[in-house]
Design a protein around this ligand. Sequence first.
Ligand code: ATP
Ligand code: MG
Length: 381
Amino acid sequence: MRELLLVRFGEIFLKGLNRPYFLRELVKRIRHAVKDVGGQVWLHDGRIFVSDFTDQEECIRRVTKVFGVHSVCPAIEMPKDDFDAIAAQAVKMMEGLNGTFKVDARRSDKKYPMSSPEINMELGGRILDARPDLKVVMKNPQHMLNIEIREMCYLYVRVVMAVGGMPVGTNGRATLLLSGGIDSPVAGWMIAKRGVQINAVHFHSYPYTSDRAKEKVLTLAKILSESCCGIRVHIVPFTHIQMEIHDKCPDEYTTLIMRRYMMRIAERVAQQEDCQALITGESIGQVASQTMQALGTTDSVVSMPVFRPLIGFDKSEIIDIANKIGTFETSSLPYEDCCTVFTPRHPATHPKMEKILWGEERLDSEALIQEAMDGIEVVTV
Ligand code: ATP
Ligand code: MG
């Protein structure tokens, strides 16, 4: 008899012929997640198992963060031929639980001498003999004792819900524009959840933005990497571009022009990193640079698709997700971002393209972009 985790996966079920590929990728991701807690991970009989961990709760916490995992069940594995031992274990697993319960048996071993309804009846009866305070109900029981008869017998009561989604890397690659704010980490998380491997670009305006601001972004990337399997963060020196824009472009257009340079540089990084899309944390109307017209002017400088998964979300909804994924606290630290350093007093909300182009013509764009590209520092978290 031993303790292990039974890992249930969600949408991979829908995959037809590609299912073995998705499962193999999921196993790799789970292995990566639990390697520090000594977990052994294997695929057998259409199920993923984790065993030999040094710390069960930490192992569960890590596996539930892996995209593609639907839920994790801490289970007991034991031989299936000694029904008395199984019943004793079932009684033990109900210790400390009160109220109503139901036994739910499943057999993949169709030669097993008892049918699933027989197992339900017999185990339910044995539990009630030992625990007359409990009550069996068929509808909405407080506790479900699951028993699976495969090559071995598996018993579990607790089901810990996981993040869902698809295994990272099974749906291409994208580059996230990661600021130190609340929105962009959430945007990256949402796209990665669909199986996209992400890397990040962060624009840093030293000395106007501090080293602490940079560290904050790396901390955010590290939190994301628990689900996203390692993230390469490209730190782009952005001070010179910002100063040039500030000096030479119309004041109410500086934010928009700056955002256009961010997109151009992010696209070049994305091409180098073999990515197919960009991701930002924008949402319609949240700030002046996120009106529909403004978003149009930033989109038009790149040819890659730009994913904005938060486009229809309210700030409070974004904060709920940030709390769930554990980035909110770090995002709320009060360090400056390069967007806030040279904010115009009256940013254009209905920008005119001629004015943007007039401003940009006064800059040596190619040289500025190349200088920024040459100064990139890459940190893998
Ligand atoms: P966030 O919480 O993402 O900072 P925000 O409401 O502060 O959002 P803006 O500052 O207008 O929004 O930025 C919009 C988007 O531009 C961000 O979601 C992010 O994708 C990108 N962005 C902003 N600043 C930076 C930066 N310094 N480095 C990289 N990307 C950035
Ligand atoms: Mg921001």
